[in-house]
Structures are given as C-alpha cells and as structure tokens.
Design a binder for this molecule. Structure first.
Ligand code: PMP
Length: 437
C-alpha cells in the first residue's frame, strides 16, 4: 500500500510544498497531510485506509456531503453527453434561473470557474462601470488570489503570517484601500475624503477567512448606504456563504424579511463553492445595467474556455435542487449542537475561547473571551498556538478539521448521528490538548 507519507514525499518533489493550494500542506499544524482517496456522505477515506468525519467539506462546496447519489447521477448523465462544448448549453440557463429564484437581485449572471475569477471580474466591472480606480477591501477578508485584493487578505496568508504576496507590484495595489473590518466610521471618513474616486467596496458577506467574524448590526447596510451616497458599487462576496448559510446566502439570512423584501441590496454578488456542488464553477451577478457592461454587450472584457462547463453546471443544478429547506434546517441544527458541545468541552478543560459564528458557519478563537473577535487585529491576537494540538487530537480520533485556526468549520446535510457522535466524543481530549499547549 502506498501511504500518505509516501505520497506526500513524492508530491513534494513534483509540486511546491507537495500541494496545489497552500493550506492543504498542514504548514501551520504540522505533520503529514492525509491523502484522500474517496468520500461518502460525511466521511473521507485516506490512502492509509483511515476514515474521517469531514468538517471541511471541500472548503464549503459539499452542502449535501460527499458523493450525494442525486448529484452523482446528474453528473454521470452530463459526462455521458460529453465533457465540454465551448458553446452555450441548456444547463447554464437552468443554473442561472435557480440562482435568480433564490437571489432575485441577480438580474444577470456570468458563470466563471473559480471564486478568484468572480471577484477579479467584479472589480474590473466596477471600475469599468464607474470610471473610477480605487477599490476598498477590509483587512482579514479573502477574495481569492487576484493581485489587487491580495493585501491583508486572511485565509492562507493569515495561516502563513504573510502581509501580502511577493510578485504583486506596488502599483497594482496602490489603488486598493484596506480598512479595518466592522468599522463604519473608518468607511465614512475615507468616503468623505476620496469618495468620488472610489469604484467599489468589496466585502465578504460574513467574513470566514480570518476565522468567522460576524458583521456588526447595520455594518453591511451601512456599506450599502455609504457607497450609494457616493456613486460607488457594493460587491458582496458570497463565494463562501452563498447557498450555505441560507437558500439566499448571508444576504438572504440578514437582509430579507419573511415576505422576501430586502432591507438592502448590493450591486453585485460573487458566488463560488456550493454553486458548483464540488466542481469548478463560480459566478458574479447583480444589477442588469452593471452586468451588461460586460463583453459582448459592454466594454469590460471577460472570458473563459471552460466557463459554464456542462458537467459543472449539472453538479450545480443538482446541488441547488436538492438543497431544500430541510437541508438548511438540518445544517443549522447540527451547527448549533456542535458549537454547544465544543463550548462545553473547552470550558471543562479551562480553555479561554470564543466561538465565532455567522449563520451555520463557525470557528473557534482561543484566548479571546475578553474582547471577542470583531476584526483582523483581534483574530491575529488570539492564542493560535492552541490549535495545532487540538487539531491533531481530533485528527487522531478520526475528525478532519480545517488545518488552520483561521478557517471555518463546514457541516453538511449528510452529517448523521454517528458522524456527530464521533466528533463529540473526540472533543474532550482535544480540549485538554489545547489547554496543555
Ligand atoms: N472569496 C471568498 C470569500 C472565499 O472564501 C474564497 C475561497 N475560499 C474565494 C473568494 C476564492 O475562491 P477560489 O478559491 O474558488 O478562487
């Protein structure tokens, strides 16, 4: 049998760090990352024959769990018709309609292949539409690895303690203004000074790349008000939260009332992860007049050989079709249960912490109970050293957590009682390990 250790050694000679995306290398938690060979429902199986209850869910896409039979059937059927046509297909409009039914403010949509492409295009579009250059982002928010947004960016940069990335010219980020998260007066001040030069604010609908940080009461609505007052666009990045925390994403959870009326609406949304159900699809969408600035109707260029790929569309369509109210209620309930169990295990072991949550997304921040975590500075000030021993105790007990304290924990509707029991049984020893760190 080829073990994960063998596979990792081989991979390190072939790929930088042995991985195709940095956090997977276990850099901040140490040890050999298990190489996964299959997934089923709430579980992953590695090359060594171990199974894990998966609380990463491919970093969000697998709302229904691994290898959901209905999604697999739709994908198999699509595969049998051919992998890619480089032309329009019926499934693109099907997915677009499903998105629009859930998020009616998406008057027009463009499918792309990754969340990075979605936010990159949204920024270009906002600049093209407004004729302005400046873009505002918040420290600790991650929007993918496009140059202009790769400053104070959370996610793998937080994990690796990087302020930004080498290879991004100073000129490229000179038009990016970084503000502290949850600080509306900093936004007011900036717009009072330079409002007429600002193309857009981009913000995670609820940040989940510096650990989970809930937007304060009125924060997102305030961003909407300020951008509208100054003729700038608001881009709500729902790559991670979209279709996960509510049928209509974090916007649906926080801005829609029971009658479906929105208290506020961004100009553009970006989606990824769940929209592709585990295959590479993402999208941007929103106001028709803004979206129609994109080529071929408008002057802002954007394209993609595999955009709207028919197999990926089939996975997205099936995932959204199966993601009914029961799915969201199930995940919300599991999340509440796990947060409570985590809190009581950490309390019993005397570990100071806060459980940060936004809808059904949550993460733990150690040593933060005095202040809570409302911004990137507070997230970075936590006792991050308690996470590696906690993580490895969970891994040894068969629970696969995100290998960084700065990432959210993801549940799926496939997490059944047996899976939850495995996780809950593992918590006390992991909490003790965190206490001893
Ligand atoms: N935006 C957010 C909020 C994300 O969480 C991510 C990825 N984790 C991205 C954008 C980038 O998506 P991708 O990795 O598909 O490029």
């Amino acid at each position: 049998m080829t073990t994960s250790a063998d596979l990792f050694a081989t991979a390190q000679g072939l790929m930088p760090g042995g991985v195709n995306s940095p956090v997977r290398a276990f850099g901040s938690v140490g040890g050999v990352p298990p190489f996964m060979v299959s997934g089923e429902g709430p579980r992953l199986r590695d090359a060594d024959g171990n199974t894990y209850v998966d609380l990463v869910c491919s970093w969000g896409p697998l709302l229904l769990g691994h290898a959901h039979p209905g999604v697999l059937e739709a994908v198999h059927a699509a595969v049998d018709r051919g992998l890619s046509f480089g032309a329009s297909t019926p499934a693109e409009a099907q997915l677009a309609e499903l998105v629009q039914q859930r998020v009616p403010a998406v008057e027009r949509i463009r499918m792309v292949s990754t969340g990075t492409e979605a936010t990159m295009t949204a920024i270009r579009l906002a600049r093209g539409f407004t004729g302005r250059d400046l873009v505002v982002k918040f420290a600790g928010c991650y929007h993918g690895h496009e140059d202009a947004l790769l400053v104070a960016a959370g996610s793998g940069l937080a994990t690796l303690s990087l302020p930004g990335s080498a290879g991004v010219p100073a000129g490229t980020v000179a038009d990016t203004v970084v503000l502290p998260y949850n600080d509306l007066s900093a936004v007011e001040e900036l717009f009072a000074e330079r409002g007429e030069r600002i193309a857009a604010i981009i913000t995670e609908a609820a940040p989940a790349n510096m650990g989970v940080v809930e937007p304060g009461e009125g924060f997102n609505a305030g961003l909407r008000r300020i951008t509208a007052e100054h003729g700038a666009l608001l881009i709500l990045d729902e790559v991670l939260t979209g279709f996960r925390v509510h049928p209509a994403g974090y916007w649906g959870l926080s801005a829609l009332d029971e009658a479906g009326t929105a208290a506020w609406t961004p100009d553009l949304f970006t989606f990824g992860k769940v929209i592709g159900g585990g295959l590479p699809t993402a999208a941007l969408g929103g106001r028709a007049d803004v979206m129609e600035f994109l080529a071929p109707l408008g002057p802002v260029y954007q394209a993609g050989t595999l955009s709207g790929n028919p197999v990926a569309m089939a996975a997205g369509v099936a995932t959204l079709q199966y993601a009914d109210g029961v799915v969201y209620d199930t995940i919300d309930g599991l999340s509440r249960q796990l947060q409570a169990e985590l809190r009581s295990a950490l309390d019993a072991a005397g570990v100071d912490h806060t459980i940060q949550h936004a809808g059904n997304l949550f993460s733990v921040a150690f040593g933060t109970s005095r202040t809570g975590v409302h911004d990137y500075a507070q997230a970075q000030a936590q006792e991050a050293f308690r996470y590696p021993p906690f993580f490895h105790a969970m891994l040894d007990a068969g629970v696969y957590l995100p290998p960084s304290v700065y990432e959210a924990w993801f549940l799926s509707a496939a997490h059944d009682d047996a899976a939850m029991e495995t996780v809950i049984a593992a918590l006390p020893a992991a909490a003790e390990a965190a206490a001893a760190a």
